[in-house]
Write a protein that binds this ligand. Structure first.
Ligand code: SAH
Length: 213
């Protein structure tokens, strides 16, 4: 089952990686391989599977969306995930970004506020054989203090401002990526080191809003 699912529609993923990622400057070969491996069509509703490798976000129910593939690749590349990294993801959604992080060998801790989506993602990721994932259903705006510190934090729902509490849960040398803003959103990258936080704005984006908090 797992092997069948993972090999399905590989050609489409190779094309997606070439046209949407390499062409736009994603360079990290490990990330590009992960994007080639993870079967995105398994994370979208059955009626949308034929669009799974298009250059778009797609609805996943409950008013939420799976991010555009390029954005997932760009965020993952920015986080510089190494094998064994402890990673926190806020906003499991479909579980697609979770799978990409797990594919890179991270130990992923993922939090989703909507139980229906959390359960669906858990089933999908289980079917695909991803074992090193810890799930929590609830409000992730406070992070996951008992599991901190993390080497990387990937936020996939947009808060109004950078959540300080998440920065506190970053390890020394840790990286965080978060879409920030109410009306206009920017993808912000932060890196913790030697007592300071380096901050860089990467690109304008449109994510669903972070709720809770
Ligand atoms: N990474 C996801 C993107 C999902 S969209 C994917 O690849 O499919 C963002 C998700 O964040 C939604 O599922 C939404 O319910 C969730 N979310 C919003 N606010 C949240 C919060 N405070 N805590 C946890 N999850 C939250």
């Amino acid at each position: 089952m797992t092997i069948v699912l993972r090999n399905e529609r590989r050609r489409e993923r190779e094309r997606m990686v070439r046209d949407q990622m390499r062409a736009r400057g994603v360079r990290d070969e490990r990330v590009l391989l992960a994007m080639t491996e993870v079967p995105r069509h398994c994370f979208v509703p059955a009626s949308l599977q034929s669009s799974a490798y298009a250059d778009d976000p797609l609805p996943i129910g409950e008013g939420q969306t799976i991010s555009q593939p390029y954005i997932v690749a760009a965020m993952t590349e920015a986080l510089r995930i190494r094998t064994g990294d402890r990673v926190l993801e806020i906003g499991t959604g479909s579980g697609y970004q979770t799978a990409v992080l797990a594919e890179l060998g991270a130990s992923v801790h993922t939090v989703e506020i909507l139980p229906v989506l959390a359960e669906k993602a858990r089933v999908t990721l289980g079917l695909l054989g991803y074992a090193a994932i810890r799930f929590r259903t609830g409000d992730g705006s406070e992070g996951w203090p008992s599991e901190a510190p993390f080497n990387a934090i990937c936020v996939t729902a947009a808060p109004d401002r950078i959540p300080e509490v998440l920065l506190e849960q970053l390890a020394e040398g840790g990286r965080m990526i978060v879409p920030v803003g109410l009306t206009r959103q920017d993808l912000v990258f932060l890196e913790k080191g030697e007592g300071t936080i380096r901050r860089e704005t990467l690109m304008p984006v449109r994510f669903v809003r972070m709720t809770g908090g």
